[in-house]
Design a protein around this ligand. Structure first.
Ligand code: ADP
Length: 160
């Protein structure tokens, strides 16, 4: 039984994240989407909102769970009985950071393997930051995020 964690800030979840979750769900017995709880970072959505938007988006996958994490990633992985950290690679620009993180995590916990998946070609340009920016400038984001996320994002921005 292989459990993988898929960590990120998911502020908010996009179709790019969901593409990875759908494919990860086919590879691993259990996939835990781990939402970073980092009070030092400013997020548009609270931890609870980010988790709830993901829960609504993954409810069709029985083996996918959503949890928060605020400890060292490899420690969180062990606490959740996970042996794999799943990460997505969009473009060369992701590579440096991901390369460093994977090696650091390997040094800290060699028994935990980082597995990378290339982004689906439809989503290689997609990031939560870009979706937030487009939405804040009044652009249509419906082809980038699930519809409940688009609604939540537009409502959240209207309140700002
Ligand atoms: P973002 O960079 O969009 O804020 P996160 O920090 O939430 O994303 O990213 C969590 C993980 O999801 C990272 O491994 C990131 O590379 C991956 N990811 C984000 N967007 C995509 C995408 N469009 N396609 C594939 N992987 C993605």
């Amino acid at each position: 039984m292989v459990t993988a964690i898929y960590p990120g800030s998911f502020d908010p979840i996009t179709l790019g994240h969901l593409d990875l979750i759908e494919r990860g769900n086919r590879l691993f017995d259990r996939l835990i989407v781990c939402v970073a709880n980092n009070p030092a970072k400013s997020h548009l959505f609270s931890l609870e909102q980010r988790m709830s938007l993901i829960e609504d988006a993954v409810s069709c996958y029985p083996n996918v769970e959503v949890q928060a994490f605020d400890a060292l990633l490899v420690k969180s992985a062990k606490d959740m009985d996970a042996s794999v950290i799943l990460r997505g690679l969009r473009a060369v620009s992701d590579f440096d950071y991901e390369f460093q993180m994977a090696h650091m995590n390997h040094q800290l916990s060699p028994e935990i393997e980082t597995v990378f998946m290339m982004t689906g070609e439809k989503y290689f340009y997609l990031s939560s930051a870009l979706v937030r920016e487009v939405a804040s400038l009044g652009g249509n984001i419906e082809s980038f995020v699930p519809s409940h996320v688009a609604t939540a994002l537009n409502e959240r921005l209207a309140k700002k």
